[in-house]
Design a protein around this ligand. Structure first.
Ligand code: GUN
Length: 280
């Protein structure tokens, strides 16, 4: 029997816990989300983050900049927010427009307010096997989902398709920390199917329908991080869900799997920063 990994229900449970926890205190954390340009998907994500934060007692501020904003203005704003004692957490929604050096912008966020865990300090600590202030939201959400369903990680072969800084790379370290054997595949990987067929846990984070039933080992755990609209306007992930379903032991749906978990972990990270550093 195949089990669907229900990220939406788990998100609701986690948010309820955070809401109840925050209701006991007069002080609230404040999350700032910076959105540059008119990327439609980013707008939806940012809106979702704002609404969710407000529902559970986290203040949220969205700062919108036009597509052609100068990099130096963006960085100056982040430096101001770093110094602002009323601000707990800063998130710069990615992707940024081409003319902006994404790394330079991320590097300007104080590690103590880096709610994504993307700054060199936090990313470096993760890769050095030390505790970052917080772990990147999507990888953390994936591990939380596996743990909720008591899916063992130690000794398993985890194959990650996608090497992004947002998902693939940090997830590889977090799975290594849990004693998985980890393989990362990407767009230049040869014989992708041969590798994915050896996965006990397969995580796809690409954003295009690339994983079919014939690429899976029977009984594997499938985590789908991809999300896009297909030619009929239907929201879907990287995995051919309908056909892969019966091959997998556990499978995460799109929507309703990893996406909600990312939001839940963003809220949880905001609270963690608040408890570690207050509003500093
Ligand atoms: N764009 C897509 N996912 C993410 C994320 O987790 N954090 C940020 N900052 N931008 C994203």
């Amino acid at each position: 029997m195949t089990v669907i990994l229900d990220g939406k229900s788990l998100k609701n449970k986690i948010l309820e816990e955070i809401k109840s926890h925050l209701s006991k205190s007069n002080n609230k954390p404040t999350l700032v989300v910076i959105l540059v340009g008119e990327n439609q998907a980013s707008k939806i994500y940012v809106n979702n983050k704002k609404k969710t934060a407000e529902n559970i007692g986290i203040n949220s501020i969205v700062i919108n900049y036009p597509e052609d904003i100068e990099e130096s203005i963006l960085i100056k704003k982040i430096e101001e927010l770093n110094e602002d004692r009323t601000i707990t957490a800063i998130l710069v929604q990615l992707p940024l427009p081409e003319h902006i050096d994404k790394n330079k912008v991320i590097n300007s966020i104080s590690p103590k307010k880096d709610v994504d865990g993307f700054t060199p300090y936090n990313f470096g600590r993760l890769f050095a096997g030390e505790e970052p202030y917080v772990y990147p939201c999507t990888p953390r959400g994936i591990i939380r989902l596996l743990d909720e369903y008591k899916i063992p990680i130690e000794g398993k072969h985890a194959v990650i398709v996608g090497r992004s800084n947002i998902v693939g790379k940090p997830l590889s370290q977090m799975l290594l920390n849990r004693n998985a054997t980890v393989t990362i595949c990407h767009s230049k990987t040869k014989n992708l199917a041969e590798i994915t067929k050896t996965a006990d846990i397969l995580i796809s984070a690409v954003g295009g329908k690339i994983i079919g039933k014939n690429m899976l080992k029977s009984g594997c755990v499938v985590i789908d991080v991809g999300i896009f609209k297909d030619e009929n306007g239907k929201t879907r992930g990287d995995i051919d869900f309908e056909n892969s379903f019966s091959v997998a032991s556990y499978i995460s749906p799109v929507p309703g799997g990893v996406g909600p978990m990312t939001i839940a972990m963003l809220m949880s990270n905001t609270v963690e920063l608040f408890e570690k550093f207050g509003n500093n």
